[in-house]
Design a protein around this ligand. Sequence first.
Ligand code: NAI
Length: 306
Amino acid sequence: MAIRFDDRVVIVTGSGNGLGRSHALEFARRGARVVVNDLGAARDGSGASSDAANAVVKQIVDEGGEAMANGANVADYGQVEAMVAQAVDRWGRVDVLVNNAGILRDKTFAKMDLADFQLVLDVHLKGSVNCTKAVWELMRERQYGRIVMTSSSSGLYGNFGQTNYGAAKMALVGFMNSLALEGQKYGIRVNSLAPIAATRMTQDLMTEAVLGLLEPEAVTPAVIFLASEDAPTRQILAAGAGVFARVVLQETEGVFLPQDRRDAEHIADMWDQISDPAGGVELQAGGEQTMKFLQKAAAQLGLKLG
Ligand code: NAI
């Protein structure tokens, strides 16, 4: 069945360019009313202009869709609140939020100013928190919401020169994990995208041939799926070059060390077994780890829990 967004109101932050632009156009083609938010900043976050957002809105309207431009800086909560109020005034609701806006301030950690670290956290992490906060109550009241964070392989796995960006991108996964649990009983599902695309953000990092494969349009189906009515929740979907893969956070089975061997030396001795991925599990909430550990310890000690 075709996935549609008729009567749904969708906010895509940073959708004047790159991935966000591609997402916004596709939501509109599938019937959504779209808030095209973009500060119009340069890649490093400097400056502001409404040209890019206006151009995307014009394209949506030319294609027969409905959209409004918004120039809020996602790092500024007052501006984000005003953006959400603007959407609600015009269309009465917000069903989907795609937190996509982002900047780069790459440097090795040795050379990085704390100000550049903070700015990247402010835009990616705080920006996503601000936008989520501003729609959360509305979604709870309506018992419906789909929120997509934009993470990155740089956060999930690391990337030289991107400690600030990687920290922010992995923080979004942490934000998602708890938010998805809190949203569950209100019909709110929260997921993360880990995209790879040729945009101005990556233009310096890849060769021409590789860039050709990585059109933003190859990522957008992942966002459409994660924002759809039947979307899963608390998932990380990686997408790029037409490839889609679920990212899984697993914990190894682990070993129990009895008290007479409970020291760093025994951890060193057992390291191969402790880190062996065979028998690893994917946990659905922090408390599941506590249960797993208690059960393992109790089994080894011949104790009954509870
Ligand atoms: P892009 O630079 O083409 O687009 C980002 C947009 O965000 C720009 O239009 C910019 O004006 C806007 N923006 C920046 N700061 C803003 C703020 N404070 N408030 C509102 N809008 C703001 O970059 P791209 O590649 O499309 O990135 C989109 C998202 O995907 C970002 O979160 C990025 O970190 C993430 N990402 C991209 C990857 C890639 O391969 N392109 C890889 C992994 C993650």
